[in-house]
Write a protein that binds this ligand. Structure first.
Ligand code: GDP
Ligand code: IMO
Ligand code: MG
Length: 457
């Protein structure tokens, strides 16, 4: 299977990084195709933790080409920090390639993201405040600045000048509003109102920004490439390409729980656009889902648990965000939502992570349908926002298991209740589970059935 997409099947943080790292070993090229440093992908290698925000999760395997595709929005400062951090830890990054067409997250995007959230107040989305939404908005408005622009100071300055003007206006309005709020709230209200007058932020000075970004350009130049062509060459030669999704299906801009979503399309179909390959280059789509559910940020989450079991999942699963450190909301596995994700991405297989976290919880529950406020039953994921916001899940109870499973390495070693839980999921959603996570470390996995034959050159 030369073209394999790894996609998040829930609300993110399913363990995609770990799965990509595992499959990277058997492939040649690993491509991130959307999102930006709102992502946080963790790999634990012999107890040593790596967190990737922009660099593809294949980078720990030397000799593999790691690509940041055109669909990614890239904060050059963060990328360079990530590159430097990896170099310090002895990781070879010479095979990193960056699409010349990827859009840049500029300092004003980050300020606007925060400004937008503050403006929404109680209705805020809980974004990662990394500038993702404003950057994709500029891309659609055709005001974006791309990686290739870093290589031409004149073009860069002109584009920045055009892009900056409307931002300054928006930030100025916010600043006036903040000052008013601060006055009303009295001294010491800096925190609530965000503090500072962002439109006067020295980072937005055109001259400073140009200098800073020309410098980024010099440093990134050796990595900049025509990455779509690089993918074609690999695929045409029969080599394996893993497309690494960030975020997840239910955070998809079109198909997720809008407006509580991210600003890109994390679903498998977007791998073609975000990497520059054709739909028939994709041979397999593997979804990654946790054995339960989590969500970070605001928005509907029908199976959310606000009880002791929810707290136990947070603690046992160490459910704190990789990017922002926020505590993740936890709940039972939602099979209505998972079946939706399976179909939407046309998954060929599932991997279930963090099964170890469920040990000791008995009984286990999985949502099999929703009931609306009016009593209507929904077997499928409702498209209407109001229904989803007020839907109550109906559960099937399954027996839990007590044994710790982190040392299991094959299916037969898993407790029968754990196997029954996995079988129930696979039957319900209609795709096989190929891989199960039983701990954070790279080797803490159980393959179900035959291991895939990706062809590394
Ligand atoms: P991603 O964004 O989908 O790559 O996932 P994150 O890295 O944000 O979050 C997943 C977290 O779960 C990380 O801390 C991983 O180290 C951890 N993890 C991944 N798989 C497993 C597993 O099977 N068991 C346990 N206990 N932790 C896991
Ligand atoms: P990975 O790749 C979990 C969430 C944010 C917020 C919403 C919009 O690690 O799974 P944004 O900053 O994208 O505008 O925020 O999306 N979000 C994620 N949640 N994992 C992620 O990435 C996420 N990326 C964005 O919390 O609710
Ligand atoms: Mg994450």
């Amino acid at each position: 299977m030369p073209g394999l997409v790894i996609v998040g099947a829930q609300w993110g943080d399913e363990g995609k990084g770990k799965i990509v790292d595992l499959l990277a070993d058997r492939s040649d090229v690993i491509v991130r195709f959307q999102g930006g440093n709102n992502a946080g992908h963790t790999i634990v290698r012999d107890g040593e933790k790596f967190k990737f925000h922009l660099i593809p999760s294949g980078i720990l395997h030397s000799g593999k080409v790691c690509v940041i595709g055109n669909g990614v929005v890239l904060d050059p400062r963060i990328l360079l920090e990530e590159i430097d951090g990896l170099k310090r830890r002895g990781v070879d990054v010479s095979n990193l390639r960056i699409s010349a067409n990827a859009h840049l997250i500029m300092p004003y995007h980050v300020l606007l993201d925060t400004a937008g959230e503050l403006k929404l107040g109680k209705l805020s989305l809980g974004t990662t405040r990394r500038g993702i939404g404003p950057c994709y908005a500029d891309k659609a408005l055709r005001l974006g600045i791309r990686v290739q622009d870093l290589l031409d100071e004149k073009i860069l300055r002109a584009k920045m000048r055009t892009a900056l003007e409307p931002k300054q206006q928006a930030l100025r309005e916010l600043s006036v509003r903040r000052r008013k709020l601060r006055k009303e709230a009295g001294e010491g209200a800096e925190k609530e109102t965000g503090g500072g007058d962002s439109f006067e932020d020295p980072r937005l000075d055109l001259h400073t920004m140009t200098e800073e970004h020309v410098n980024y350009g010099h440093r990134l130049e050796p990595h900049i490439a025509d990455t779509a062509r690089l993918c074609w060459d690999a695929l045409d030669a029969g080599r394996s390409v893993v497309f690494e999704g960030a975020q997840a299906t239910l955070l998809d801009l079109d198909h997720g729980t809008y407006p509580f979503v991210t600003s890109s399309n994390p679903i498998a179909g977007a791998a073609t656009v975000g990497a520059g390959v054709g739909p028939t280059d994709i041979d397999e789509v593997w979804g990654v889902a946790k054995a339960y559910a989590t969500r970070v940020g605001a928005g509907p989450f029908p199976t959310e648990l606000e009880d002791e079991v929810g707290k136990e999942l947070v603690e046992r699963g160490q459910e704190y965000g990789t990017t922002t450190g926020r505590e993740r909301r936890c709940g039972w596995l939602d099979l209505v939502a998972l079946r939706y994700a399976v179909r939407l991405n046309r998954m060929t297989a599932l991997t279930i992570t963090k099964l170890d976290v469920l040990s000791g919880i008995d009984p286990l529950r999985v949502a099999v349908r929703y009931r609306s406020k009016e009593g209507a039953i929904f077997d499928t994921f409702p498209y209407h926002q109001s229904i989803l916001h007020s839907a109550t899940p109906e559960y099937e109870e399954l027996p839990g298991f007590d044994a710790e499973i982190e040392n299991c390495r094959n299916e037969a070693e898993l407790p029968p209740q754990a196997r029954a839980y996995l079988n129930y999921i696979a039957d319900f959603v209609g795709v096989p589970i190929r891989l199960v996570g039983v701990g954070p470390d790279r080797d803490q996995v159980v393959w179900i059935g035959e291991q895939p034959t990706l062809r590394a050159a």
